[in-house]
Design a protein around this ligand. Structure first.
Ligand code: HEC
Length: 99
C-alpha cells in the first residue's frame, strides 16, 4: 500500500499557532491578555466567528453584529480593526494555541 504524504504545512499545530500569536497578536494583546479568559472567549466565539473576527472584523461591525459591538464597547471603542491575512490552517493553529 502506498504511503500518502500529507504536506506538513497543511496541518494546524499549537507550535504554529504560538508563532503566529507571537508575531501578530502579542504586540497588542500582551496588555489585554488575561490568558484563561482569552482562551474561553475564543472558545465561546466558535471557529468560524473567530476566523471572521481576526481576518475581517470590519465586516462584523458594518453588519452591527451584537457581540462584535459589545467587545468594541468593552474596550473603549478602540478604532483598530483586525484584518489579518491568515489561511484556514493558520486560523486553526491560532485557535489550538489560544484555547
Ligand atoms: C494593533 C493591535 C492589535 C493586534 C495586533 C491584535 N489585536 Fe486583537 N484586539 C485589539 C483591540 C483594540 C481589541 C478590543 C476589542 C475590539 O476591537 O473588538 C481586540 C480584541 C480581540 C479579541 C476579543 C477578546 C478581547 O480581549 O476582548 C480577540 C479574540 C482578539 N483581539 C484576537 C486577536 C488575535 C488572534 C490577534 C492576532 C492574529 C490580534 N487580536 C491582534 C487589538 C489588536
Amino acid at each position: 500500500m502506498d504511503v500518502v504524504q500529507i504536506p506538513d504545512r497543511k496541518i494546524p499545530s499549537i507550535a504554529k499557532g504560538e508563532k503566529i500569536a507571537m508575531e501578530k497578536c502579542t504586540p497588542c494583546h500582551v496588555k489585554y491578555k488575561d490568558c484563561a479568559q482569552f482562551g474561553m472567549l475564543v472558545s465561546a466565539m466558535g471557529d468560524d466567528y473567530f476566523g471572521q473576527y481576526v481576518t475581517n472584523q470590519k465586516w462584523l461591525i458594518e453588519r452591527e453584529d451584537g457581540f462584535a459591538l459589545e467587545l468594541k464597547q468593552k474596550w473603549g471603542n478602540d478604532t483598530f480593526l483586525h484584518h489579518f491575512h491568515l489561511s484556514e490552517e493558520e486560523i486553526q493553529s491560532l485557535i489550538l494555541y489560544l484555547k
